[in-house]
Design a protein around this ligand. Structure first.
Ligand code: HEC
Length: 139
């Protein structure tokens, strides 16, 4: 009898554990869609991607973004675990499929836990340098 009780208890623990894990995985994978206005979606990147631009972008990324997005943009910076929202993975195909304008828009405007960098980088050119750097991640 005692063994059956114990069995039921551990079964309940396993089931509970599995559902919590599934919920965590689910919320981590499913940020709300982030609509990008058409004028940004189609916006052309005015800053040519070359070694100089990428170097500037890398420096700005280290200063402003790395703490959450991680050194390689995989969403695993030291601050990421304190956030409710998944930071995304800049090395993923899904991320790379976005236009430069969409990445520019999200960086400039932010939402919720993603800060609005339009205030910290008042020169749009700086944001484009960061976009050029993000394009090099995961290669
Ligand atoms: C305080 C933590 C934090 C910092 C610092 C931060 N981000 Fe984010 N970022 C987030 C979070 C959280 C999300 C997910 C937001 C959402 O989907 O609601 C995000 C999302 C994004 C996205 C959209 C990702 C996607 O999959 O479309 C881009 C682009 C982005 N960040 C760029 C940057 C850049 C560039 C910087 C630095 C200039 C930066 N972030 C700094 C937390 C941060």
């Amino acid at each position: 009898m005692r063994n059956i009780g114990l069995f039921k208890k551990s079964l309940a623990t396993v089931v509970l554990g599995a559902s919590v894990a599934a919920m965590v995985a689910f919320t981590a994978e499913t940020n709300d869609p982030w609509p990008v206005p058409a004028e940004f979606e189609k916006m052309k990147n005015p800053v040519k991607s070359n070694a100089e631009s990428i170097a500037i972008g890398k420096e700005l990324f280290a200063k402003h973004c790395k703490s959450c997005h991680g050194k390689f943009g995989e969403g695993d910076g030291p601050k990421a675990s304190e956030l409710k929202t998944d930071c995304g993975d800049f090395t993923s195909d899904k991320f790379k499929a976005q236009s430069d304008g969409a990445i520019f828009y999200k960086t400039k405007k932010g939402r919720d836990e993603m800060p609005n960098f339009g205030k910290k980088m008042t020169d749009d050119e700086e944001i484009w340098h960061v976009v050029n750097f993000l394009r090099t991640l995961g290669k």
